[in-house]
Design a binder for this molecule. Structure first.
Ligand SMILES: [Zn+2]
Length: 329
């Protein structure tokens, strides 16, 4: 009798409670889980994800979570361990199947070949954790989440997989445009991208003039250089063929110094930089200093879902970033 009651109440409360560390993960997870899960994010998209402080509300949510998903690569090292420790929810501890590290299968950049310690001030000691700005990594994260949810909830496998295909189709279309995706297929296009032969592939197929989407928007700007505040843009600049190794911060997490900015101004002039990009949560002083001496334009744009009015979803966030860059470069 008890079992029947328990089973019935489980069936009615079909919702899986998923807590993600960031809003981009939450949005991607919603796309995959659909109405089978209630998904919430610890960050709102408006704060610097490196420097969040754990609050009691976060711990309560973690206590209740069926699944926890993080960006990983030490992005959340300052606050995730505290939340998970105090939540006392052993199911979502690091290493458990219900703790998903979204970086497991992404393409990683700037992974050090030698040991780097945080004592030197660098907050990217395990490589650059801002990988979600590469749309290919967003696609890989969705697949990672779907795969794990299928293992945890095999009864919903078909739904998760169908949702994943829909998300991939949406992402691919935004990346390459409908004409290319319809003619050549998203998987084939991404394979060519990963092999650094997309242009050759399009030419072989007689589609060289059919590039649309984000790729089409950024294609005329390949080879241009930009300055950014933090090294949070390298996945985007790498994916779209821009030069992005000039930062206002001398090292990730170290605020701009006068000495560093002086040498940056001469580097930016030499590389004909026309744009300085930064997230809304950094102060504008350093960017304005460099802009005044180089003629570059300062563009403030959110790199996280929910970080601005336009960034209502992961794909809309990328859309907004690329639209602004395309218009100003
Ligand atoms: Zn960072």
């Amino acid at each position: 009798m008890l079992c029947v009651a328990a089973c019935l109440s489980n069936a009615q409360a079909a919702e899986i409670k998923i807590v993600t560390t960031t809003t981009d993960l939450a949005d991607i997870t919603r796309a995959v889980a659909g109405d089978l899960a209630e998904v919430s994010s610890i960050t709102t998209g408006r704060e610097d994800p490196h420097t969040l402080t754990a609050r009691p509300g976060f711990i309560l949510r973690a206590r209740d979570a069926d699944v926890w998903i993080r960006i990983g690569m030490e992005l959340e090292i300052g606050w995730e361990p505290v939340i998970l420790r105090d939540a006392r929810n052993t199911r979502i501890r690091v290493g458990m199947p219900r703790h998903i590290d979204a970086s497991d299968h992404v393409i990683r950049l700037e992974v050090p070949t030698q040991r780097v310690t945080r004592d030197q001030g660098d907050i990217h000691p395990e490589g650059n954790p801002h990988y979600w700005l590469d749309p290919l990594n967003g696609r890989l994260v969705a697949a990672t989440v779907s795969e794990r949810l299928c293992v945890l909830y095999p009864e919903h496998k078909a739904r998760f997989e169908e949702n994943l295909r829909r998300f991939e189709r949406d992402l691919d279309t935004r990346m390459f445009g409908t004409a290319l995706v319809d003619a050549l297929g998203g998987e084939n296009l991404w394979r060519a991208v990963a092999e650094k032969r997309l242009e050759a592939f399009m030419t072989e197929k007689g589609m060289a003039d059919k590039a649309g989407g984000w790729y089409g928007t950024m294609r005329p700007h390949q080879g241009k250089n930009i300055v950014t505040y933090h090294r949070s843009w390298v996945y985007l600049t790498e994916r779209f063929g821009l030069g992005g190794d000039l930062q206002l911060e001398p090292k990730p997490g170290i605020p701009p110094s006068a000495k560093h900015l002086a040498s940056l101004v001469s580097d930016a002039k030499a590389r004909k930089v026309r744009m300085i990009l930064q997230e809304p949560f950094y102060t504008l002083k350093a960017a304005e200093f460099v802009a005044a001496r180089t003629g570059a334009k300062v563009v403030v744009v959110s790199t996280m879902t929910g970080g601005s009015a336009e960034a209502t979803s992961y794909l809309d966030m990328l859309d907004n970033v690329i639209r602004k860059m395309g218009a100003e470069l």
